[in-house]
Design a binder for this molecule. Structure first.
Ligand SMILES: Cc1cc2nc3c(=O)[nH]c(=O)nc-3n(C[C@H](O)[C@H](O)[C@H](O)COP(=O)(O)OP(=O)(O)OC[C@H]3O[C@@H](n4cnc5c(N)ncnc54)[C@H](O)[C@@H]3O)c2cc1C
Length: 427
């Protein structure tokens, strides 16, 4: 039997937090015509947007020491859009997807403490809720962070703000709201798109069950977005460095989110600890930063796809070589590899986690098996550098490709507004 042909105005590929936020945003605007969302798995947001696989943090720019003030303000604005969305929901729904925890970034030792004191001076006017805490102030919020510690510590903290999100639930909520606003919007689960072909008046998408013609397409398929772009001849200037993040569980030790100061030489986020939203009674420490040759964690079938987007070409090797030239980065990458090794990993990670809870014992740490996703970091082959943060390929012909490492989930609605605007003006 020949597959059915369906015509839509906009097709979104990928039902993670990025694709579902766009689905919602197009429904809210109501000016995009017929829209279909295609997700390859039977459940929405089961890859990087699943709360088991990310850090569940609504990044607001206040505790991320790797952000400049400008970037912090941008991220805070994006986070506010998620808060505004959640606050418009009935309380029983809201409480299941967004939570308030105390949140802090901890400086340990003179150098980090001075860095945070200076940061406070610059940031306090823009983040009036931010407090500079000494050891006593920290102990009032997080006693285990102070107990048994000798070095000086300070923290930049907020007490009463939304800081944790179950992004998978949020994705479900976006889709439910979208279909309430626009009952004609369609969702197809278990529908992997196997081919995207450009045609004279749009694009033809192939799934096992149907052919879909769409006037515009937005690909929100995580690391796979780059693969699909390159298969169509776009984004050849990029390769992908997939950075997996694993976590360790402990008994409940922290009341809220405790981040650590980012080492400027390292391109990946520093470890933090926080209560796990999805496993009650557990504190999670992580994520680690393990470079893995996969586009999707624990799916070894994506090894070949990784090799298609990241070939061992000179430009890629130069970027990787540049990274590895730094002894600190080399040591960090090796340590992150060893964190995965049973026995050794736990002992090494203990040293890292003790920066947050000095009294943590080896027997309290347990590797969180099967947990943690992948951040598809872009390698810019032309500029020969890593492009940290989100990236988009927009060839200008009605198709967009989104690659969204952290804080992609926090920025979901801000990105959706940008994409909806582009797509609707294109249509
Ligand atoms: C360890 C870790 C910690 C993180 N912590 C945070 C955090 O605290 N806060 C934050 O804001 N961000 C965080 N991030 C980043 C965040 O998880 C991602 O930015 C976000 O989940 C990306 O969402 P997405 O929808 O773009 O991609 P994904 O969630 O990966 O979704 C892509 C979807 O596309 C689907 N798909 C792929 N190919 C096809 C196809 N051919 N056809 C149909 N569907 C397809 C997939 O099945 C998947 O559902 C973290 C990431 C990691 C790995």
């Amino acid at each position: 039997m020949k597959p059915a042909i369906n015509q839509v105005d906009v097709a979104i590929i990928g039902g993670g937090i990025t694709g579902t936020a766009l689905f919602y945003e197009l429904a809210r605007r109501g000016d995009a015509g017929r829209v279909v969302l295609l997700e390859k798995y039977p459940t929405l947001a089961s890859v990087n947007s699943d709360g088991h696989n990310n850090s569940q943090t609504l990044h607001c720019g206040d505790i991320e020491t790797n952000y400049t003030l400008e970037k912090a303000l941008q991220v805070r604005q994006a986070a506010q859009q998620v808060i505004d969305y959640a606050e418009a929901l009935p309380a029983n729904e809201r409480e299941r997807l967004i939570l308030t925890y105390p949140k802090m970034v901890l400086g340990v030792g003179e150098r980090e403490c001075e860095q945070l004191v200076q940061r406070f001076d610059t940031f306090r006017y823009h983040f009036p809720e931010m407090e500079l805490l000494d050891a006593e102030g920290i102990a009032a919020l997080e006693p285990k962070v102070v107990a048994g510690r000798r070095e000086r510590i300070v923290a930049l903290a907020t007490r009463d703000h939304y800081s944790a999100v179950d992004f998978q639930r949020l994705a479900h909520s976006f889709v439910a709201q979208a279909r309430h606003l626009q009952p004609r919007f369609e969702l197809r689960l278990a529908s992997p798109v196997t081919a995207i072909r450009e045609e004279e008046r749009g694009f033809q998408l192939t799934t096992a069950a149907e052919q879909i013609t769409a006037r515009a397409v937005v690909v929100c398929a995580g690391g796979h977005s780059l693969l699909y772009a390159q298969q169509m001849g776009y984004g050849k200037e990029y390769a992908c460095l997939p950075v997996a993040g694993s976590f360790y569980f402990t008994p409940p030790l922290l009341n809220g989110k405790v981040y650590t100061v980012q080492n400027d030489k390292l391109p990946f986020a520093a470890v933090h600890g926080d209560p796990d939203l999805l496993t009650p009674g557990v504190t999670r420490f992580g994520p680690t930063a393990l470079v893995l040759p996969l586009l999707e964690r624990r799916h070894w079938g994506t090894l070949l796809e990784f090799l298609q987007v990241t070939r061992p070409e000179l430009a890629v090797l130069k970027v990787l070589g540049g990274l590895l030239k730094e002894p600190e980065v080399r040591a960090y990458m090796l340590r992150n590899l060893l964190y995965e090794v049973p026995g050794v990993g736990k002992r090494l990670f203990l040293q890292e986690a003790r920066k947050i809870v000095p009294s943590l014992q080896l027997g309290q740490l347990q590797f969180a098996r099967g947990i943690g996703g992948i951040r598809p970091v872009m390698i810019d082959k032309v500029e020969q550098r890593l492009r940290l943060g989100e990236a988009q390929i927009d060839p200008g012909n009605g198709i967009l490709f989104n690659m969204t490492p952290s804080p992609g989930a926090t920025s979901c609605l801000a990105n959706a507004r940008r994409d909806a605007e582009r797509i609707v003006s294109y249509l």
